[in-house]
Design a protein around this ligand. Structure first.
Ligand SMILES: *Cc1c(COP(=O)(O)O)cnc(C)c1O
Length: 541
């Protein structure tokens, strides 16, 4: 449904789109015969502006697809609400040294469609249930028809990346005599959210109105008796289903009892997320790391400590310079810097750090500077108020702890943050973060994670508990409110006795050794390894 290939193409909203791009970059690097189908959103990612009082505005990013994409000839049609809608297509190619993976962007904003139909591909995650259904008909049904029009007949695996794409099974059912088994044998599915409300569910009367005859007679057996659940539809017509981390696989099996759900832990594309200084260093010390990210694990201890520290300082000074253009409280190169940036939603607990301001002052006063970034949903006043409160906290704390909220979190800012900070903070409520990938980007750049044990960090912490710090107990049995109290207290304790202590009062070489271990983790948490696992478990037949 979204892909974030380029900061100037707002065809994504957040992590799901960033991940899709990284996976396809690795597919291109590895020469996998893959093609990607998505939608040419006129408006996806929105530009955030934060005013001095912390209130925000969100505006559409204007872009012209023809500046980035190549228009192709084919036009297919689908029936939506009983009327024919035409769907055109643009092509983008992800080029690697020897291979390239095409990405097809479906577009209803074309000649011959009514203004109403043109609007289907206007706003990513923008409309109501009916609009979402229309968009998913375009992605799934028109997606398969477009592949046929482009000459893709013999496809080994249709991989649904999240339930949004599940209607592709309806077109396959129609092509294959409505036999489930004929469809199951060529589909695979990845679910991305551990939260029940994150799965698309539509009332059947609405679905009947929008999707019409394409809904097969036995849709309730496939997609749920009471309502059309896209996750169930995808799962029941796939030969392989997975979640995106070990814990997410387990949660998904609990959420869908009786289903067979494996996991393939997410990763990042190393060549995309290493800052220039780290790229140069890696090129010299571990040549071939881009093609063989396992070298990051095998060779991370060969990185010369002084040069690693220096590379990090360069990235840090770039970030500090950027921050200082956006705040009148100057940040310093020599102060321990903690950054935390992600989409603002309650489960990520962006205010955990501010649970006890006196304690925060006592622990961090004069010794820590804090950078926040992250967009709220334009229609979500609660999350916008969270940002506003953090901006207020920054004012309250200004005499002891420097805090800044940077506006407009996007991949460019993300790269500057994950390479330029010293510590990457992540505080999700346990069992709510499917995987998370920004912490991996930090590791790759020698930035140490301080994170609650959730998503990928559980696995990373199992592999190497010395590569960063955990927040909160190992136990898994508490309720969210108990966890919030314990985690907040533990966050201060970790900062005081571990992070700050190591940074200022222990030998620098100990910190640098942790940086190497963090880089080593990306020998595993990269999308080349994901693609290998997908090939082995999901895409072979
Ligand atoms: C990596 C990235 C994300 C996803 O990070 P999470 O750890 O899943 O929050 C979201 N947005 C941008 C711009 C990113 O670069």
């Amino acid at each position: 449904m979204e892909i974030g290939l380029d900061a100037s193409m707002p065809t994504y909203a957040g992590g799901l789109g960033m991940l899709a791009a990284d996976l396809m970059r690795s597919a291109a690097d590895k020469g996998v015969a893959a093609a990607c189908v998505t939608i040419c959103w006129q408006h996806g990612y929105m530009r955030q502006h934060i005013r001095a009082d912390g209130t925000q505005s969100y505006e559409n990013v204007d872009w012209n697809p023809s500046d980035h994409l190549h228009k192709l000839e084919p036009v297919v049609s689908v029936t939506i609400e009983g009327k024919e809608v035409k769907v055109g297509v643009w092509e983008y190619r992800i080029d690697s040294a020897e291979h390239s993976v095409p990405v097809y962007f479906l577009d209803t904003n074309i000649e011959g469609n009514t203004p109403e139909d043109c609007a289907i591909t206007e706003h990513l995650y923008g409309g109501d249930g009916v609009m979402r259904l229309k968009q998913e008909v375009v992605l799934g049904i028109a997606g398969v028809r477009m592949l046929r029009a482009l000459g893709y007949e013999d496809v080994r695996t249709y991989h649904m990346n999240e339930g949004h794409a599940a209607f592709l099974t309806l077109e396959l059912l129609k092509e294959r005599e409505y036999k489930n088994e004929n469809v199951r044998s060529s589909c695979a599915f990845t679910t991305h959210t551990p939260v029940a409300a994150g799965h698309d569910v539509f009332p059947y009367d609405m679905a009947q109105r929008v999707v019409g005859d394409m809904l097969p007679w036995h849709i309730r057996d496939l997609a749920g008796q009471d309502a059309l659940n896209m996750t169930l539809l995808a799962m029941h017509l796939s030969r392989y289903t997975c979640g995106v981390s070990r814990i997410h696989g387990a949660i998904s099996r609990r959420m869908f009892p009786g289903e067979s759900i494996d996991y393939i832990t997410n990763g990042i594309h190393p060549a995309t997320w290493a800052c220039p200084e780290m790229q140069h260093l890696f090129d010299r010390v571990m040549p071939g790391w881009r093609e063989h990210p396992l070298l990051l694990e095998q060779k991370c201890r060969d990185l010369p400590p002084e040069e690693l520290w220096h590379a990090h300082q360069e990235a840090k000074s770039r970030l500090i310079a950027y921050v200082n253009q956006h705040t009148d409280r100057p940040f310093s190169q020599d102060v321990l810097t903690i950054a935390t940036a992600r989409r603002v939603v309650p489960y990520k607990r962006p205010e955990l750090l501010y649970t006890n301001l006196d304690r925060l002052r006592e622990v961090c006063g004069g010794r820590v500077q804090i950078i926040h970034a992250g967009n709220a949903h334009p229609n979500d006043p609660f999350s916008q108020e969270v940002i506003q409160r953090i901006v207020e906290r920054a004012k309250e704390l200004k005499d002891s702890v420097n805090v800044v909220y940077l506006e407009n979190y996007n991949p460019t800012l993300a790269k500057m943050l994950v390479s330029g900070t010293d510590v990457w903070l992540n505080t999700p409520t346990r069992q709510h973060e499917a995987s998370g990938t920004s912490g991996m980007k930090a590791c790759l750049n020698g930035v140490l994670n301080l994170s609650s044990l959730d998503g990928w960090w559980i696995e990373a912490f199992d592999i190497d508990p010395e590569a960063g710090w955990r927040i909160g107990p190992l136990a898994e049995a508490l309720g969210p409110e108990e966890y919030r109290k314990i985690d907040a207290e533990d966050l201060y304790t970790q900062l005081q006795y571990e992070v700050i202590h190591e940074y200022y009062y222990k030998e620098r070489k100990r910190w640098i050794r942790c940086m190497m271990r963090a880089i080593g983790l990306i020998g595993r948490f990269n999308t080349h390894r994901c693609i290998d696992e997908y090939l082995e478990k999901a895409w072979k037949r």
